[in-house]
Design a protein around this ligand. Structure first.
Ligand code: SF4
Length: 415
């Protein structure tokens, strides 16, 4: 079954479920040459992507049907998620992104750098709840801006936040069954290699290739680590080192539809060269009262569905993820647009990036996934098709990954 969309003024209104045959028949009636191109299973051109992302409401069902078919060719019948704990190692950050509620300056209420005891306590609590991922999220190089962070690191016994992160990944790997997945911001070649030794995969959101968002008053004003070329360099470095990598785009932060397509194309280009992009996240901006962008409009659900669908068609053989909590209450519609993964869901820790938007209960997620004709399966932070890149090696990381993964590369523990 799939959902039929009747749309008005750019907003989707769900009118009920129709079977896939009806959608295909609808598509045949109004099939565009662009969507015909898609049926071959080939990734689409920039021109086609631009036409599709701008498609009028009347053509949205056709776009969604094509994207869903592409997903079923890639990963039939299954939607995955990663059961995780979220470890906000430090929320101090030298950047000031206009949409961020996570970051703090030293002395701000809630400013905190976790101790190793706190890290281990969260990881162990997650282990008891069947989690298999320790997602390390943190601000980018806060010690470059704040003497207080330099003092904290001196007290903890580390030269930099990245040295501390490396040690905490290693600690979790050694003392628990969880697999670390760090998201530390920009990385040099040396740091990609060092973190790859203690985590099977890592991530950095490209967000956008539009450098004009660094201008005064824009989303990335005063965010030196958000220079697109520098982020592309980190992602490329991971490719050169064969490191399974998660990236993605953030939509609704001032970029154009063309920018979204170009961001996806930049990711596709790197993946074609290095075959290392294990996952592309399509994240939608959500407004919050305390952020500098408190009065910006949020992208509509129709906007989100078009972007996800175009991501699927541009990257037919890459895992596409969208966070369900940011599209609640109708997040299951994202399945119609071709996602094959819900991302990290925690039964223990909140989404520290969007704390006001709780993750769905896993049972709810399972039911909503099944309502769309798919089975929910628990994956590891590294996707199945990349597991052998790590398990062929020797050492603790390889041993831990072998112990955590089932024969099909998903989590050994059942969903
Ligand atoms: S989004 Fe990341 S880089 Fe930007 S301010 Fe927040 S923590 Fe820092």
């Amino acid at each position: 079954m799939a959902t039929a969309y009747i749309t008005t003024a750019g907003r989707c209104i769900i009118r009920g479920d129709v079977d896939a045959t009806s959608i295909r028949s609808l598509d045949r009636q109004a099939q565009s040459p662009t969507l015909g191109e898609v049926r071959s299973g080939q990734s689409i051109s920039r021109e086609a992507a631009l036409r599709l992302i701008r498609c009028p409401d009347g053509e949205l069902p056709n776009l969604l049907a094509a994207a869903r078919e592409a997903k079923e060719r890639f990963k039939p019948g299954v939607i995955t998620y990663s059961r995780k704990v979220f470890i906000p190692l430090t929320n101090l950050c030298r950047d000031y992104c206009g949409y961020c509620t996570f970051r703090r300056d030293p002395g701000d209420p809630g400013a905190h750098t976790m101790t190793s005891e706190e890290v281990l306590a969260v990881a162990r609590a997650g282990e008891k709840l069947g989690c298999t991922e320790a997602l390390f999220s943190l601000g980018d190089k806060p010690e470059l801006l704040f003497p207080e962070m330099r003092e904290t690191l001196r007290f903890l016994g580390y030269k930099s936040t990245l040295h501390y992160l490396e040690a905490m990944c290693e600690l979790v790997l050694r003392k628990t069954s969880l697999l670390p997945h760090p998201n530390p911001g920009l990385l040099s070649a040396e740091w990609v290699a060092r973190l790859a030794a203690v985590s099977p995969s890592m991530g950095l959101m490209l967000e956008t290739t539009n450098a004009s968002l660094l201008a005064p008053g824009a989303a990335h004003d005063n965010a030196p680590d958000k220079v697109p070329a520098r982020r592309l360099k980190t992602i490329e470095e991971a490719g050169k080192q064969n490191v399974p990598f998660t990236t993605g785009l953030l939509i609704g932060i001032g970029e154009s539809l063309q920018d979204r397509v170009d961001t996806l194309l930049a990711i596709r280009d790197l993946h074609e060269r290095y075959s290392h992009i294990q996952e592309v996240i399509v994240q939608n901006f959500r407004v919050k009262p305390t952020i500098p962008m408190a009065h910006w409009p949020e992208p509509s659900q129709g906007d989100m569905l078009r972007t996800v669908a175009v991501a699927r068609l541009l990257l037919p053989n890459v895992n596409i993820q969208a966070p369900p909590n940011l599209s609640a209450p109708y997040y299951e519609e994202l399945v119609d647009a071709g996602i094959n993964d819900w991302g990290g869901i925690s039964p223990l820790t909140p989404d520290f990036i969007n704390p006001e938007m709780p993750w769905p209960h896993l049972e709810q997620l399972r039911l909503r996934t099944e309502s769309k004709g798919s089975t929910l399966r628990q994956r590891l932070p590294i996707y199945p098709e990349y597991v052998s890149r790590i398990t062929v090696k020797h050492g603790l990381l390889s041993e831990k990954l072998r112990a955590a993964s089932s024969g099909d590369g998903l989590a050994r523990r059942a969903a």
